[in-house]
Design a protein around this ligand. Structure first.
Ligand code: ARG
Length: 286
């Protein structure tokens, strides 16, 4: 109960008047601004929320050990709609989820952008607290990191040029396939018989290579695939998905305290419908 109040109070506080809430980080503030625009109009509510928030913080019973600290998230912001750049900012589903989790934990959030295949090393070495990057739960990765509960269903799909002779995953044998380095698409492509795998830093670069006929197909996650196909003429996604997967957040192996706090926050986001609301903000219903 108290936790809910704290989260709401923080959101109202940060939305209402930035100057009145000296501790709000810009990242967290932006998240709150999105979700509680209505509350911003009610200054009285904001004032009392501020007090409640302070009280709750004093009581301390709901705060984590690291309360007041900063969670460092790493991601690879080349993956719309989960993370991408917009107006010099990193935005997307994972960003909003991470902001909501940080808020729930009473922490600030800092986001660092890096190559996808640097994410697990960054978490493993302790340079970052967690990676949120549309990352698929995968046993190989679980040797190095622990995954939270999953928060999205996903799939690897195949993008080809319209009119391509590739019509099903089986047709990929012997073809040249573009992938983003270190992704599950990369792993699967590697197993395709006689296929040549071309690795790119960004999924979009693989898609560009496809439009230029440098490769025959791209294996990539469904939601970014939809965005890339929409942005480039003459491409299509095969009906048959390559694999089904699930996304989760990666934390350092053995950091059960952080893992449990994040899982608690994820559960609350699921139960309250907030998670679905975030997804709906970025992905139009079909
Ligand atoms: N789901 C895939 C994987 O885990 C691709 C994720 C790519 N994410 C990104 N932010 N570039 O390997």
């Amino acid at each position: 109960m108290k936790k809910n109040m704290l989260v709401m109070a923080a959101a109202v506080c940060m939305t209402a008047v930035l100057s009145a809430c000296s501790s709000g980080s810009t990242e967290t503030t932006a998240a709150a601004a999105d979700t509680s625009a209505e509350a911003a109009e009610d200054t009285t509510a904001a004032e009392s929320a501020k007090e409640e928030s302070a009280e709750a913080a004093d009581a301390g019973e709901e705060s984590t050990e690291a309360a007041g600290g900063t969670l460092i998230m790493v991601t690879n912001a080349e993956f719309p709609p989960y993370e991408y750049h917009e107006n010099n900012e990193i935005v997307g589903i994972d960003v909003d989820i991470a902001k909501a989790i940080a808020e729930h934990m009473g922490m600030e959030l800092e986001i660092q952008d890096m190559a996808f295949d640097s994410l697990i090393p960054a978490v493993d070495s302790g340079k970052a607290d967690f990676a949120a990057a549309g990352m698929t739960v995968d046993p190989d990765r679980q040797q190095f990191v622990d995954f939270t509960d999953t928060y999205a269903e996903a799939a690897q799909v195949i993008i080809v040029k319209e009119g391509s002779e590739i019509a099903t995953p089986d047709d990929l044998a012997g073809k040249t396939i573009g992938v983003q380095t270190g992704t599950t698409g990369d792993m699967y492509a590697d197993d395709i018989q006689d296929a040549e795998v071309q690795r790119f830093n960004k999924g979009m670069d693989a898609v560009m290579a496809l439009t230029q006929d440098k490769i025959d197909a791209v294996i990539i996650d469904r939601e970014p695939a939809k965005v890339f196909v929409e942005e480039n003429e003459g491409l299509t996604i095969l009906d048959e998905a390559f694999t089904e997967e699930e996304y989760a957040i990666a934390v350092k192996k053995g950091n059960t305290e952080l893992l449990n706090s994040m899982n608690e926050a994820i559960k609350e986001l699921k139960d309250s419908g907030e998670l679905q609301a975030i997804v709906d903000k970025y992905i139009a219903a079909e």
